[in-house]
Design a binder for this molecule. Structure first.
Ligand code: CA2
Length: 147
């Protein structure tokens, strides 16, 4: 039987969700995001391991660990989206389907946010839909996993 678990990864500074910059990222907290993804995944019989870290190496380790016990990864890499070859390599290396989420519309922001090192290793992309985008990404990822 396949593993009915997803890894939810939130990268650097996303622990500040709902606390700072509500005009950009909204008023919902990281706990709200994690509960939303858990609820959404549960609709399809998946459980969720949720991890947020401000440390790139920790993110790499949790992605590697998912290789053997998760079916897919929902990730908002935060600012590492635009800088991190190593995060991209980790995602490519575990060869699990990846859904990339951004709360804000990165293409409408500074040009340095326009490039994503993650985009072409992800099979689902949800950008600029607010926190609700995590639910969209989770549903789209689960739909690709089949039964
Ligand atoms: O829109 C997104 O979800 C981003 O991935 C968020 C990153 C940003 O660097 C990306 O370009 C787009 C920033 C995450 C920081 O989150 C904060 C949340 C609340 C207050 C301050 C930062």
């Amino acid at each position: 039987m396949s593993t009915r678990r997803l890894l939810l990864v939130n990268g650097p500074n996303l622990n500040l969700l709902g606390i700072r910059e509500p005009e950009v990222y909204g008023t919902e907290t990281l706990a709200d995001v994690e509960a939303l993804v858990a609820r959404t995944a549960a609709e399809s019989g998946y459980e969720v391991r949720a991890v947020q870290s401000n440390h790139e190496g920790v993110l790499i380790d949790v992605i590697h660990a998912a290789r053997t016990d998760c079916a897919g990864i929902v990730i908002n890499p935060g600012g590492l989206t635009h800088t991190s070859v190593v995060l991209r390599d980790a995602l490519a290396g575990v060869a699990l389907p990846v859904a990339e989420v951004h709360i804000s519309d990165v293409m409408a922001r500074e040009t340095f946010r326009h490039h994503s090192y993650i985009a072409d290793v992800a099979v689902v992309h949800v950008v600029g839909r607010g926190v609700a985008g995590y639910a969209e990404a989770t549903r789209a990822l689960v739909a690709r996993l089949g039964d």
